[in-house]
Design a protein around this ligand. Structure first.
Ligand code: CTP
Ligand code: MG
Length: 239
């Protein structure tokens, strides 16, 4: 259990410094557009729209800090926005953003810019579970495919699908726990922050994720994201 004080602030860190190599040639992924607006703008807007988020710290591509600043300058929000330069790996980018957190932040969520359509409800669900006393919280979804363990082309076994979960972001942490995890695992290049925290033996809790919090990785993911935005616009939602 952590000692999160209700008066302290909740921050969202947004690793956005990746190149988007699997998406194909082009600008860094977070700066590419979806329905005419950069992915980064969609992601930060979703976080800032969550009631629980007071501050957003973006780790921008090293050569895209000014662009990120101008993209986010026009966002109509009361949340404070800070932009830092990201690093070579996702873990480096998160570590750099952690260094920029003000002292009064005690709960930190980490959210991929590559998940620009996350519903604000998911963000608030994660924040609430951390504020409620859990040191580490991740949103997950069940998997629909049968999952097999394969080695060198040979099936080793079939996993019990009811026990396998796909993990999304934002992942939420008591600030001290996340800082300790990063300090003790420099250079490990984990693909998520909960992985670092698990290695310290901290219990990681799950809450329900959401299909719309999917990660944009390959070109087909852009087609799905555009379709979701068309549907949101048609139903009068903010896009
Ligand atoms: N990220 C980051 N700094 C890095 C690498 C990744 O901040 N050095 C961020 C990405 O911007 C993204 C998130 O981590 O929001 C998840 O990474 P991923 O989906 O792998 O994005 P990319 O690394 O950009 O994509 P790819 O691996 O295809 O190049
Ligand atoms: Mg990557």
């Amino acid at each position: 259990m952590n000692a999160a004080a209700p008066s302290a602030r909740t921050a969202a860190i947004v690793p956005a410094a990746g190149r988007g190599e699997r998406l194909g040639p082009g600008a860094p992924k977070a700066l590419r557009t979806l329905a005419g607006q950069p992915m980064l703008l969609h992601a930060v807007r979703a976080l800032a729209a969550a009631r629980s988020i007071d501050l957003v710290v973006v780790a921008a591509p090293e050569d895209g800090v000014d662009e990120a600043r101008s993209i986010l300058a026009g966002l109509d929000t009361e949340a404070e926005i800070v932009i830092v330069s990201g690093g070579e790996t996702r873990q480096d980018s998160v570590a750099r953003a952690l260094l920029a957190l003000p002292a009064d932040v005690d709960v930190v969520l980490v959210h991929d810019a590559a998940r620009p359509l996350v519903p604000p409800d998911v963000v608030d669900r994660v924040s609430a579970a951390v504020r409620g006393g859990h040191d580490a919280v991740i949103p997950t979804l069940g998997v629909v495919d049968t999952i097999k363990e394969v080695d060198d082309g040979i099936v080793i076994g079939t996993l019990d699908r009811s026990r396998v979960h796909a993990v999304q972001t934002p992942q939420g942490f008591a600030r001290a726990v996340l800082q300790r995890a990063h300090a003790s695992s420099e250079g490990s290049d984990a693909t998520d922050d909960a992985g670092l925290v698990e290695r310290m033996g901290v219990v990681v809790h799950t809450v329900a994720g959401d299909e719309e919090a999917f990660k944009i990785t390959r070109p087909l993911d852009l087609v799905l994201a555009e379709a979701i935005l068309v549907r949101r616009r048609a139903s009068g939602g903010v896009v």
